[in-house]
Write a protein that binds this ligand. Structure first.
Ligand code: BDP
Length: 332
């Protein structure tokens, strides 16, 4: 009863103020963002995302807060990319690998051996290439706030060490969801199976696939090393990852809050890159201790040559991306 009276007097007061063209000063509504992450909580990407959202909450004075859902509980990566575009998920860290199906520009970094080193990848992503790719993403509803490191991906399988492209011949290899990676495996005579990350362990275990490819931290954190013990260092893909926001969510934020998110995104990327280096070493040690047999592929040239067909087909299908491909390919 008492509450009712109070509410009534507020309503009357409000009506009076409204009649005078005034209103109660109200705090802007706090926004709670939902973040998607495929990785386990103790992973460089996960720590980067947690730092990002903590800094955002602090520096916006609680106007923007958020929660990161780790371990892919909000769905597979291809689905989450669509959810971010629709605004159903507010932020995420995506590999640019599976993003190629939605944003053609991101495919450029999924071309095998396009970057010469991780350092070169950073320089290009923090410069003109990153800008061009970011524009392509924004046009598709995804705003990049920082480029994260995912090292280099190499092949692993349960059959034998890989030393030549011919060794991949006849193998069933899981790839991320992107036609480019299917072409990559086929160019070596293998059979590619696009599959969600969460399904790979079981598929390796039951022989649905013979192998897959990933960086050491993912090979280790998913326990794939338990069911595919040959890890052959090919480093055929250096694919950056992106701390991204849904453009729908982004457009609903004030310019002041957007500036905070941008800063926090950059800071989290720096932190993540630092954590990444250490985790790569630790993961390698852990898998070797767990029985992985690692071999360094002595001659990568035959693998690079086998990829010529992948480039030819990609450029024939995406002539408008030729300049971007050349920008990266011809960089020092
Ligand atoms: C990991 C990436 C993750 C991908 C995964 C995969 O960090 O985004 O989903 O590979 O292979 O390295 O699906």
């Amino acid at each position: 009863m008492k509450t009712k009276n109070i509410l009534r007097s507020f309503a009357l007061g409000g009506a009076l103020l409204a009649a005078l063209g005034l209103s109660f000063p109200t705090a802007p509504e706090a926004k709670e963002l939902r973040g998607w992450n495929i990785h386990v909580p103790d992973y460089p990407v996960s720590h980067g995302m947690e730092q990002f959202i903590a800094e955002v909450a602090e520096k916006t004075g609680g106007r923007v807060t958020g929660k990161v859902f780790h371990g892919g509980v909000l769905g597979s990566q291809p689905d989450a990319i669509e959810q971010v575009r629709l605004g159903a998920i507010d932020f995420a860290v995506f590999s640019l690998g599976p993003m190629g199906q939605a944003v053609p520009e991101t495919n450029v970094v999924s071309l095998p051996f396009i970057f010469k080193s991780i350092d070169q990848m950073y320089r290009l992503m923090d410069g003109a290439a990153g800008e061009a790719i970011g524009e392509g993403m924004a046009a598709k509803g995804i705003v990049p706030l920082g480029w994260y490191d995912a090292g280099a991906r190499s092949f692993y399988n349960s059959v034998k060490p890989i030393n030549t492209p011919g060794d991949v011949g006849g193998m069933k290899v899981r790839v991320m969801n992107n036609d480019l990676f299917v072409g990559m495996i086929e160019s070596m005579g293998g059979n590619a199976t696009p599959m969600a990350f969460a399904e790979v362990y079981q598929s390796l275990k039951t022989g649905v696939v013979d192998g897959a490819e990933n960086n050491p931290p993912s090979y280790e954190s998913t326990n794939h090393f338990e069911v595919a013990k040959y890890y052959s260092i090919s480093e055929h893909l250096i694919i950056p990852e992106c701390l991204c926001m849904s453009k729908k969510t982004w457009d609903g934020l004030s310019a002041e809050d957007q500036a905070v998110l941008k800063e926090a995104g950059k800071a989290s990327a720096l932190k993540q890159r630092e954590l990444w280096q250490a985790r790569e070493r630790k993961s390698m040690e852990a898998v070797v201790a767990g029985g992985t047999l690692v071999n360094q592929i002595a001659d990568k040239a035959p693998f690079q040559n086998a990829m010529a067909a992948v480039y030819d087909q990609f450029l024939a299908q995406n002539p408008e991306l030729t300049d971007l491909v050349n920008l990266i390919r011809n960089a020092d």
